[in-house]
Every structure is written in C-alpha cells, then in structure tokens.
Design a protein around this ligand. Structure first.
Ligand code: MG
Ligand code: MG
Length: 272
C-alpha cells in the first residue's frame, strides 16, 4: 500500500532528509586516506544525535551501525570496520536518520584522494542517472518510466545496473511501497501519485550487473570485482512534479564542487 503524505508531512520529511544531507556534508571533509570506515561511522552517529535525530539504520533489520560503508567493489550494505581507506579508493556512504517519526535516507559515493579517471566517470554517470530518474517522477508517469530512464542512461555508458536492490517509498517506515527499480519499461508499473515520497537510488557497476553477498549476511558486492557506485535522493511529488527533499549541496560546498543540477527540482533555491 502506498502511503500518501500531506504537505505538512513532506515538510517533516524534508527536515529528516536534510539532517542526512548535513551528515554526508560533514563526512565529505573526513573521507581521506588513512581514516577507517568505523571512525566515520562514530562521527556520523554523534552528528545525527546532536541534531536531535536517531540513526535510521542502527538496529534496523539488526544492522549493527549508523552508516552502510561500501568501498570499491562493494555495492551497498557494507559494515563499517577498522580497515583504513586508501588513496584511489571510492567509498559509497549510505545514511539514514529518524526525526519526528519520519525517515531520511540518502547516499553518495566519494573519491578517496585522487582516483582513476575511469572510476570518476562511473561516479559522474551514476549521479547523472539519478537525476534522469528523478525527472520522470511526475503525474502521468509510472514506476517503470523512472527505472527505464536510469537504466538506459547507465547502460548506454556501458555499465551494469543492479537489479536485486531497488529504491523505495519512504515515510514512517524506511522501506514503504512502491519498490522503485533502477530498470524497467516505459509506461509499466504502478502509477505515480501526488504526495508520494520515494528514495531513488541507482546502484551502478562498472562491469556486470550481477552481484553476490558476503557471508556476513549484509555486504553486497559486484560479481566480477569491478567498482560500483551508489547515489540516493529523497523525492516528493508536489504539484505533479518531483521535488528533491535531500541535497548534495553540503557535500558540494565541502568539496568545492559547483553544480546546480538539483535546483531544477525545487520550488525555492536552497541557500546553504
Ligand atoms: Mg539509503
Ligand atoms: Mg534507500
């Protein structure tokens, strides 16, 4: 069942999403060679609690930490550990926060120092595919239109789009209906509705779309050991159009990236 949100609820969800955005922005400066994913996890938990929220993943389905930390060939759901990040790594950080009974859920793949230009392209294409999907999130379209746009953009670049893990409705539960696959067919699937809030989150592999899971029961990695990227935004359908509730602006500010790709999806420009 799809739970439709009122304007008031969407504003509360924006607050939860922005706490996650600020957390990722704080982490952007800390992602450096030598830091461990567990150190970053500890920083994130303290930051979220200092902002009056609760880590959204900690304890959810018994996940042991605040952040899902998935380096290099790990796709999603990696568990923070004591292994230091190295120059040339990439690290996908997925973070959730719960405030006022609503979840935010938001992810970004960071470069650790200088990375191979081929991997930079994987990150750029995956992020761009997220916006290709978001632009389809409007009244008159269906779930398959969003997935099709993401899939086509990434596959045209020669990448593999993960099938087994998907985006989702978001609200008082971390995972609500509908499922939002990053693949699909135009005009197929459930109708998109005013007041829906969804997490759109392409997971894109440099090689095969196939994945495997580690024996820890959590970590998903690419079947061929090639790198994978993951970007996620929380998006509401307001006045028939997509409105992004989360933002990468804190990350962009920390990293000195000038970009306005989100601004097309906001009623008012977000001043950070
Ligand atoms: Mg997430
Ligand atoms: Mg999600």
């Amino acid at each position: 069942m799809i739970v439709i949100k009122s304007r008031e609820e969407i504003e509360l969800m924006r607050e939860s999403a922005l706490i996650v955005s600020k957390t990722l922005g704080m982490l952007a400066k800390e992602v450096q060679p030598g830091v461990t994913t567990l150190q970053l996890d500890t920083l994130a938990e303290a930051f979220i609690r200092d902002h009056g929220a609760i880590p959204g993943f900690l304890g959810l389905y018994d996940f042991p930490n605040t952040l899902c930390m998935s380096p290099n060939a790990q796709v999603v759901h990696g568990i923070p550990n004591n292994t230091p990040l190295e120059e040339g790594d990439i690290i996908s950080i997925d973070c959730g926060a719960l405030k006022n009974e609503y979840y935010g859920d938001h992810a970004y793949t960071f470069a650790v120092g200088e990375i191979d230009p081929e991997i930079t392209k994987l990150l750029d294409i995956t992020k761009a595919s997220l916006y290709r999907g978001i632009e389809q999130l409007k009244i008159g379209n269906r779930v398959g239109d969003v997935g099709h746009a993401i899939q086509k953009f990434s596959e045209d670049a020669g990448y593999g789009v993960v099938r087994e893990l998907v985006g989702h409705g978001l609200g008082k539960k971390m995972h609500e209906d509908p499922e939002m696959p990053n693949y699909g067919r135009r005009g197929k699937g459930k109708k998109l509705l005013e007041g829906m809030v969804v997490a759109i989150e392409p997971m894109t592999n440099m090689g095969t779309h196939r994945i495997k899971q580690l024996r820890d029961g959590w970590t998903i990695l690419t079947a061929d050991g090639k790198p994978s990227a993951h970007f996620e935004h929380d998006v509401a359908i307001v006045d028939g159009k997509p409105e992004i509730l989360s933002t990468f602006k804190y990350i962009n500010k920390a990293l000195g990236i000038e970009t306005d790709e989100e601004d097309a999806f906001r009623k008012e420009l977000l001043v950070i």
